[in-house]
Design a protein around this ligand. Structure first.
Ligand code: ZN
Length: 90
């Protein structure tokens, strides 16, 4: 059984699942002239791509809206199991 994690955008409150892969950590990154970076752990937020584009942090092309995937019903799963069993008997 798959495990689905729901992520909530800290900016707009939109929720997405881990299968959407459309959430990004937003925070402050200090870049020195030396090849090292300093992050601000604990001050990061999780934002969706839509918010990053709206506030101008990134200039990505906004992905086209896709209808949410609906999980198979119990009836669909039973039919699939029966069909598979019938195919295996043949
Ligand atoms: Zn958002």
């Amino acid at each position: 059984m798959p495990i689905i994690t729901i992520y909530k955008c800290d900016h707009c409150g939109n929720t997405q699942t881990n299968t959407d892969d459309d959430m990004h950590y937003v925070g402050i990154l200090v870049k020195d002239i030396h090849p090292c970076y300093a992050r601000s752990p604990g001050h990061e937020q999780l934002w969706c791509s839509k918010c990053l584009i709206e506030v101008g942090i990134v200039n990505w092309k906004q992905p086209a809206a896709t209808p949410p995937a609906t999980p198979p019903t119990l009836e669909d799963m039973i039919i699939e199991i029966v069909d598979s069993a019938i195919e295996n008997q043949e």
